[in-house]
Design a protein around this ligand. Structure first.
Ligand SMILES: [Zn+2]
Length: 145
């Protein structure tokens, strides 16, 4: 009997999370939805924030969760915005075996929307980490000072 209750609890909590995410995604355009919900990738060198170096905070397009500070952004020349460190707790890492490669997907910790992938050991910066993020998954809030 207890087992059934536990199962029901898990079913219900994952179900309500889905509903919540759908709410975050309901105002996205079809182009945004293709990347954020369907885990697509924007074409390199086309994103709004690829060569963007203003001071501020990059937030999730879908739910406004603060994801990256501008001082962690660097020019990796890969064609997508690159960050060497996320704002603590803002990003979840998931193994991704699609396209016949072993990669690590990064999603927003709040709405679970797709952000991009994370790569290690490339020696671009001291952190030795590259969050490769679709511009379309982001919004930017410029520092006011
Ligand atoms: Zn989000």
């Amino acid at each position: 009997m207890i087992r059934i209750f536990i199962l029901l609890f898990f079913f219900q909590s994952s179900f309500s999370q889905d509903l919540q995410s759908k709410d975050y995604f309901k105002n996205l355009t079809s182009k945004e939805r293709k990347i954020i919900v369907d885990k697509g990738t924007e074409r390199p060198y086309t994103g709004k924030y690829n060569n963007h170096y203003k001071k501020g905070t990059y937030i999730c397009k879908a739910c406004s969760n603060p994801l990256f500070k501008s001082n962690t952004k660097f020019d990796s020349k890969c064609g997508w915005p690159s960050f060497d460190k996320e704002i603590e707790g803002s990003v979840i890492k998931i193994p991704d075996y699609s396209l016949g490669m072993k990669r690590t997907e990064i999603i927003c910790s709040k709405c679970k929307g797709h952000l991009g992938h994370i790569f290690y050991g490339e020696r671009f910066t001291k952190e030795n980490t590259r969050h490769c993020v679709n511009s379309i998954s982001l919004n930017f809030i410029e520092d006011s000072d």
